[in-house]
Design a protein around this ligand. Sequence first.
Ligand code: SAM
Length: 240
Amino acid sequence: MSFCEKYFEIMDKNFPDKRYSTDELAGKFEILYNELVAFNEKVNLTAVTDIEGVIAKHFADSLLIEEYIPEGSEVIDVGCGGGFPTLPLAIVRKDLEITALDSTQKKLNFVSEMAQKLSLNVSVLCARAEETARKDEYRESFDVCVARAVARLNILSELCIPLVKKGGLFISCKAAIGEEEYREAKNGTELLGAKTKNTFTPILHTVTEEQKRSIFIFEKVEHTPQKYPRQYAKITKKPL
Ligand code: SAM
């Protein structure tokens, strides 16, 4: 089976309305797949490299949050690593302006290369999220902050919510988490000025199995108090 046939099969399973099943998008994701696997030989971006695995666990998985991002948003992806969810979102949503943030330059080199090659509206920022959120230029300046598989929710909230403007959204996507992880994060998200808007537990369909995911959407309803975010050591030692 060719890349495109596998792409259509997996996307159709996950998104039955077929919104991502076009030849144009399949062609772009094929380029992204080939480049990812080649770059991965030099810099470790992912343990998943087989075609079905990458299409399901990186491409489709990144797109699970796409429908919750408002039209024309300025988005920051905290801990984007090799570009997930940044690159799939930027491929399907030309209206978004995405800042891909990570503390590892080597990974961002791949994101920049792909943004150039596929003419995506993506810029990269090599920095720590908590330091970035203390700079006037970035603090409370994004419509939406997304993060996939970066940290426990109570830690991630303090890295992300200060970057979101009042009225904006923080969208976290991760492997299914228990009620406990959400409960232990709730108090902190409120201290940071956000409240829960929605939670979803979609199923990600791979070729052979179904995996649960957790999506949390928080809305910024108040400004974040100036004392947050704290230093990373404090965030992790004593989460809010
Ligand atoms: N989001 C990508 C994905 O889903 O494939 C990468 C996930 S990877 C497990 C976590 C990434 O978050 C790493 O690339 C790491 O460098 C980055 N990261 C963790 N804490 C960070 C922080 N405080 N500031 C910036 N980047 C951070």
